[in-house]
Design a binder for this molecule. Structure first.
Ligand code: KG4
Ligand code: ZN
Length: 349
């Protein structure tokens, strides 16, 4: 079964083909960084317009590169939410129309379910159940992945997402968008200990996060200093150190609470090297295994949408021809994925 995956929830147009027999055939994306960087963040209308320009050429390109004809596709999965409504509508409309023209099923996928299941696409995949730390520009959550489609949110941010906090603080430091990689790069030259920022909510028993207090504290501290190269790097260091610490403290608590021995990290902030090092250190200390999907599966991508869509389709999940997108959509409201005995490629076709 070959499923075309289309991801257009935010600022990357992603298209991929997942084949239940051969695995992931192709995973391509078109970035909008150049469009949004002058504004220091994603401009929803510009994002939607660029998806319109890119999505069909990208579908054509992945078909050409894999040597497949449209007629060999068995289904189409697209991101139905959560995300920017205009951006979501582009992928949904194109996915639905193409599926109708080809007389194949289409399925709207939950973006975060895609992220949660993306590590399953790696050769060395985790075993369910596991704990997941989802860290992106729009989300920061700890999820108990009990079984396919059965997710319990253990904690989430009460205000800014961690990636959003990186992006906002980077613009205060006059660093380019997206802020996460910029702060990480700049922090390499920072002096440890010159500034120390608070680790919000880390002393509280809850598994929820908060990043707006850290951001406000950091912004006020910047206002008190002249922003030369060295000071900028010292601020980047202090911010990254505090934000990553705040994540790791809660992850440790969630591991203790669930007793799980496997954790997966997903979402764009999962690319951060310090986060990876600290989680690896924690995993060694606690004797658990940490899985980091490769960079192309960590950030927004069509592969995770194709795969999550495939799992739902083979479990008998069907959708009507009418469709909606869901800018806000609870992960816990998803129906369980039943009847999937073991999603090894050769057991289902
Ligand atoms: O998952 P993703 O690609 O898109 C969303 O669904 O949001 O995540 C993008 C976010 C941005 O906020 C970006 O600044 C952050 O991930 N990010 C990073 C790093 N690379 C990307 N944050 C910290 N360190 C990084 N190396
Ligand atoms: Zn995402």
């Amino acid at each position: 079964m070959k499923v075309l995956g289309i991801e257009t929830s935010c600022d990357d147009t992603g298209v991929a083909i997942y084949d239940s027999e051969a695995g992931l055939l192709i995973n391509r994306f078109s970035s909008q960084i150049d469009i949004h960087k002058i504004y220091g963040g994603v401009v929803p209308e510009l994002a939607a317009r660029d998806h319109i320009r890119k999505v069909i050429p990208l579908i054509d390109a992945v078909l050409k590169e894999t040597g497949l004809d449209k007629s060999s596709l068995d289904a189409i999965a697209y991101t139905a939410g959560p995300g920017l409504v205009g951006a979501l509508l582009v992928g949904a409309t194109v996915g639905r129309s193409l599926a109708m023209a080809l007389a194949i099923p289409a399925i709207g996928v939950h973006h975060m379910e895609g992220h949660l299941l993306s590590p399953m696409l790696e050769n060395d995949a985790p075993q369910l159940p596991f704990l997941s730390l989802l860290v992106s520009g729009g989300h920061t959550m700890l999820v108990d992945v009990r079984s396919l489609g059965n997710y319990k949110i253990l904690g989430e941010t009460r205000d800014d997402a961690v990636g959003e906090a990186f992006d906002k603080f980077a613009s205060v430091l006059d660093l380019p968008y997206p802020g996460g990689p910029s702060i990480e790069k700049c922090a390499r030259y920072g002096q440890p200990g010159r500034f120390r920022f608070p680790r919000p909510m880390s002393g509280q028993a809850t598994l929820d996060f908060s990043f707006s207090g850290l951001k406000t504290h950091a912004v006020m501290e910047v206002a008190r200093h002249k922003l030369d190269e060295k000071t900028r790097a010292d601020f980047a260091y202090a911010f990254q150190d505090a934000a990553i610490d705040a994540l790791v403290v809660k992850l440790q608590r969630a591991l203790k609470q669930t007793g799980y021995s496997e954790i997966i990290i997903a979402g764009g902030v999962g690319a951060n090297k310090l986060l990876r090092e600290r989680i690896d250190g924690l995993a060694k200390t606690l004797g658990v295994r940490a899985y980091f999907p490769s960079l192309e599966l960590c950030t927004d991508n069509g592969a995770m949408i194709a795969y999550a869509g495939y799992l739902r389709l083979v479990s008998g999940y069907e959708e009507n021809l009418d469709f909606s997108v869901f800018p806000r959509w609870s992960l816990e409201s998803l129906p369980a994925i039943d009847n999937v005995i073991r999603f090894e490629s050769d057991s289902i076709s």
